[in-house]
Ligand binder design. Structure first.
Ligand code: FES
Length: 121
């Protein structure tokens, strides 16, 4: 099982205003700049696969541009009034982010709320 993936990108390669989608062994993830951190979460929405990474970033939450479901980039859970009124939906796939010795962004420990994820290829 691949438990880490070196994106080959450096933090300076990221645009703070625009999440960067990256193909990984666990599917397409997006890198988000949140304050001084880089967070990684699946790029497409668990609802109907809308382009979540093109949504609106509000602190450490992302709002899907299709039906405005809102997710925490820290827990992967749906949040906000929509989740209270119509709960459900799968948590986001997340990965921890670290830097390699050469300063590239490495994704590790892909998980969905504690459930570890095997690579898809
Ligand atoms: S596809 Fe994202 S909220 Fe529906």
């Amino acid at each position: 099982m691949t438990a880490s993936f070196d994106t080959g990108l450096r933090p300076a390669d990221l645009d703070r205003a625009r999440p960067r989608a990256v193909e990984t062994p666990w599917g397409m993830l997006a890198l988000y700049c949140v304050g001084d951190e880089i967070l990684a979460a699946q790029a497409f929405c668990p609802h109907l696969e809308g382009p979540l990474f093109e949504g609106t970033l509000r602190a450490d939450e992302i709002v899907c541009p299709w039906h405005q479901w809102r997710y925490s980039l820290r827990t992967g859970e749906r949040v906000g009034i929509g989740a209270l009124l119509a709960p459900g939906g799968q948590k986001l796939l997340l990965a921890d982010v670290t830097l390699s010795d050469r300063g590239t962004i490495v994704l590790v420990n892909p998980h969905r709320g504690g459930e570890r994820i095997a690579p898809t290829r």
